[in-house]
Design a protein around this ligand. Structure first.
Ligand code: MNH
Ligand code: ZN
Length: 179
C-alpha cells in the first residue's frame, strides 16, 4: 500500500485522537522510525494492523472503521489530486470512471500501485451497480470512498453490499442508490 494511504490514516488519527495515540500505534505495528512517504510502498499488513488498533480505540467494528477511513480518504485524495477529480462534473460520472480514468491516472503517477478492479455500470437513473475485486479485500474502504465522493458532490446516497468477498464470494457487489 502506498504511503499516501498511511498519511491519510495518520492525519485522521492525529486530528481525532492526538499525536500520542498515533505514536503508540506506530510503536505497536511498525518498524522503528517509520516515516510514510506518499509515493513509496509499505506492507499491507501494517495498514491492517494500524486499522485494527484504531477500530479498538474507537470501539467500532473493522468494517465501520474502514468505511469511516474511506470516507475521509476521498477528500484527502481529492485535495492532493485536484486535476484528476476536477474532470468530473457529477457523482455518477466519477463513479463509472474509477477504473478507466482515475486508477489509470494513478498508474501513471505512482510506481507499481496495487489497485483493485472496479466495474461500475449505470443500472437505472438512480442506481449504479459496482463490482469490486481485489486480493486486499478492502471493499469496506471502497464503500467509504463512495460515501466520501457523494459528500464531495453534495449528494445523499445509500449503498447495499449483497455479495461480499468476506462471505466467500469471489467478488463484491455494491448497489449504489442516489437521488
Ligand atoms: Mn482509489 C487505492 C477505491 C478514488 C487513488 N482505491 C484504492 C483502494 C480502493 C480504491 C478500494 C485500495 C486498494 C484495493 O482495494 O486493492 N478509489 C476507490 C474508489 C474511489 C477511488 C471506490 C472513488 C469513489 N482513488 C480514487 C481517487 C484517487 C485514488 C480520486 C486519486 C486521484 N486509490 C488511489 C491510490 C491508491 C488507491 C493512490 C493506493 C494504491 C496503492 O496503495 O498501491
Ligand atoms: Zn465486500
Amino acid at each position: 500500500m502506498k504511503g499516501i494511504i498511511f498519511r491519510c490514516l495518520e492525519e485522521l488519527v492525529i486530528n481525532t485522537k492526538g499525536m500520542d495515540v498515533w505514536e503508540q500505534l506506530l510503536e505497536k505495528h511498525c518498524p522503528e522510525d517509520r516515516v510514510y512517504v506518499s509515493a513509496r510502498s509499505y506492507p499491507d499488513e501494517e495498514l491492517v494492523g494500524l486499522a485494527t488498533s484504531v477500530s479498538q480505540a474507537l470501539n467500532l467494528s473493522m468494517p465501520e472503521t474502514l468505511k469511516a477511513f474511506g470516507t475521509y480518504l476521498f477528500g484527502f485524495l481529492a485535495k492532493r489530486h485536484t486535476s484528476i477529480v476536477e474532470e468530473f462534473k457529477s457523482f455518477e460520472q466519477l463513479i463509472i470512471s474509477i477504473d478507466d480514468v482515475i486508477h489509470q491516472e494513478v498508474q501513471k503517477l505512482y510506481e507499481e500501485p496495487n489497485l483493485p478492479t472496479i466495474e461500475a455500470k449505470i443500472y437505472d437513473e438512480h442506481t449504479i451497480h459496482l463490482v469490486y475485486r481485489s486480493p486486499r479485500k478492502l471493499c469496506f474502504c471502497a464503500e467509504g470512498l463512495i460515501y466520501g465522493c457523494a459528500e464531495h458532490f453534495n449528494k445523499t446516497i445509500k449503498i447495499e453490499h449483497p455479495l461480499c468477498m468476506h462471505n466467500g464470494e469471489k467478488e463484491c457487489l455494491l448497489k449504489i442508490t442516489h437521488s
